[in-house]
Design a protein around this ligand. Structure first.
Ligand code: COA
Length: 433
């Protein structure tokens, strides 16, 4: 039997050669976010004549996303369940397609064949002494895709951190190995203004010592983390985390000591941030990545007692329906793990889910709390699932409340410039007996 080292050498090739093994019409899954395989996505454009009616499933496309340009028509078409800033234009122009799916369902869509994945192109770390590579910062659907696909092409990037958990693949599973040495895509820490700071402080009041947190990405999650400096023994069980947690880990605020599932471990399914984050997670025994059908399954989330989830939204109506992924009919992002965590937090003993958003959009011209959602908007978190809504003006606790009570609570945290208007709607809809 060949040693893994011999296999590795025998299967080493260039990206251009590896891509020749993809057949016309096949669907390709790419590892996503910071683990986007950069050699392949560039080669798609340069070698586009190799591709005929292929589709690429790529959840969060970071980087230039040039494979979605008009010149790729007839060659490669992007499909995703999360529209990003670099795919929005392609989706709107009809060159790419969006499909709605809870993030934790994606592995099952892959394994059952519903998503029809034939090929996986992934970015992984260098192998360890036993010949196992780490999926690095993206385990999510990447591991299920690599385990299911007919063909696996791996960019083995010496700069990909070796991240632990159920996050390894053996060299023998890689059909074509492309050595790589490039920095992972990074995202800069967000700018936090007065509105986000106020939201962060309101959220922090809902978080107690010993709670386990799920936080998304962006200014609001980071503002929440900034307000947690005086807490103790917080834990992390989250879809993804970024640099915002590093300071709290250094200060001992996050130690996971009271977690009821995987105590001491920071659990996630992907990671995205700066090079400092990637350095922190490399070979770090406290950080564990698992596939998304485990990390984001509401029943698994709920095994964490006192799970507090914090996510954001674009709009909330007075019944508490939350639109987080579309502005009217325009698909802006995707459900991601929002509902997974809202429901997981609901099932968690002592759990809470928070939807935190600024009270206005478009430079203060539009209230994000409105009598009804913009026509055509998809409801992300339903009025039966919603729990806390937070704006810079305070907190509305909606769980178990009547529609009348919800409307009243939401008007109280709307921007003052819109409260009269909202009150008029309330008075018409809920006349005094
Ligand atoms: N009407 C019109 N425009 C609106 C609007 C509204 N009600 N709400 C927001 N907008 C505009 C904003 O003004 C902004 O425009 P700009 O880019 O020109 O400034 C744009 O839409 C984006 O809004 P913003 O609130 O800045 O978005 P964000 O980057 O903070 O992301 C979500 C917020 C809700 C889109 C994002 O959190 C998301 O996709 N959530 C769903 C998935 C999820 O929760 N995942 C978490 C699990 S990890």
């Amino acid at each position: 039997m060949m040693s893994w080292q011999d296999l590795y050498h025998a299967r080493t090739t260039t990206i251009q050669e590896a891509l020749r093994h993809i057949r016309p019409g096949e669907r390709i899954a790419l590892s996503h976010a910071a683990a986007t395989p950069q050699l392949a996505t560039e080669a798609f454009v340069a070698c586009r004549d190799l591709f005929h009616d292929n589709e690429v499933y790529h959840m969060l496309c970071l980087g230039p996303g040039r494979y979605m340009d008009a010149c790729m028509q007839g060659h490669i078409r992007h499909i995703t369940n999360f529209v990003a800033s670099n795919s929005r234009e392609a989706v709107e122009a009809g060159r790419a397609d969006f499909f709605p799916a809870y993030f934790h369902h994606v592995p099952d869509l892959i394994r059952s064949g519903a998503l029809g994945i034939d090929v996986a192109i992934i970015q992984v770390s260098l192998p360890n002494s036993e010949g196992y590579c780490s999926y690095g910062v993206s385990c999510d659907y990447t591991k299920p895709a690599a385990e299911t696909a007919r063909l696996v092409i791996a960019e083995v990037n010496r700069q990909m951190p070796f991240v632990l958990g159920d996050n390894l693949i053996h060299v023998s599973r890689l059909d074509h190995i492309v050595p790589a040495d490039y920095p992972l895509y990074t995202i800069a820490p967000p700018t936090i203004g007065a509105v986000e700071r106020a939201i962060g402080e309101h959220c922090a009041r809902l978080i107690a010592d010993g709670d386990t947190l799920q936080l998304g990405i962006g200014a609001i999650p980071d503002a929440v983390l900034m307000s947690l400096g005086d807490k103790k023994h917080l834990g992390i069980h989250t879809e993804m985390f970024s640099d915002g947690v590093l300071e709290l880990v250094k200060r001992g605020v996050i130690d996971g000591r009271r977690k009821t599932l995987l105590p001491g471990k920071m659990v996630a399914t992907f990671l995205m941030g700066t090079q400092e984050l990637y350095k922190f997670v490399h070979n770090n025994p406290d950080v564990c990545l698992y596939p998304v059908d485990y990390v984001n399954a509401p029943t698994v989330i709920a095994q964490n007692e006192r799970l507090v989830s914090i996510n954001s939204a674009l709009e909330v109506d007075l019944m508490g329906q939350v639109a987080s992924e579309s502005i009217g009919e325009r698909q802006f992002s995707g459900v991601g793990g929002q509902v997974d965590y809202v429901r997981g937090a609901y099932l968690s003993q002592g759990g809470k889910s928070i939807i935190a958003l600024p009270s206005t959009a478009r430079g203060g011209q539009t209230s994000r709390i409105s009598p009804r959602l913009t026509e055509g908007a998809a409801v992300t978190t339903s009025r039966c699932d919603v729990d806390y809504i937070v704006t810079e003006y305070g907190t509305a606790h909606l769980r178990g409340k009547t529609l009348r009570e919800r409307a009243r609570a939401l008007i109280a945290i709307a921007h003052p410039a819109f409260r009269d208007q909202l009150q008029q709607h309330f008075d018409a809809k809920y006349p005094r007996p």
